[in-house]
Design a protein around this ligand. Sequence first.
Ligand code: AMP
Length: 119
Amino acid sequence: MKYDKNNIFAKILRGEASAEKVYENEFVFCFKDIYPKSKIHILIIPKKEYLDIYDFSKNATTPEKESIFLAFENLIKFYKIEKSGCRIITNQGVDGRQEVPHLHFHLLGGNDTGKMTSI
Ligand code: AMP
């Protein structure tokens, strides 16, 4: 899988497609998933073009990495789910069934998110 500058998240970042923003910092943009799988379903994406978690782990700067965790912290606080909990996942590549080729984390919560998918 290669980075495609025309992927939908790149378009959202460039303001060419709309999204319901819930949080933003210097390096990260967060918005509601268009097909929510839980009451709360937020996508957390880096503003820079990273294909997936491996690309990001290898190439992102420390402030960019910290910003992802800062976003998690702020979203958990914002939705007041510190106690009830949530699931944060990222899909990578073919086996991970990644659909959009721009790194994204899913934050799911507001209800029981069910067991992890079976293998
Ligand atoms: P993944 O399978 O991990 O690549 O997840 C891609 C996610 O992006 C899915 O949960 C989609 O519902 C979501 N999605 C696709 N297009 C949009 C969009 N325009 N705005 C918000 N979420 C989107």
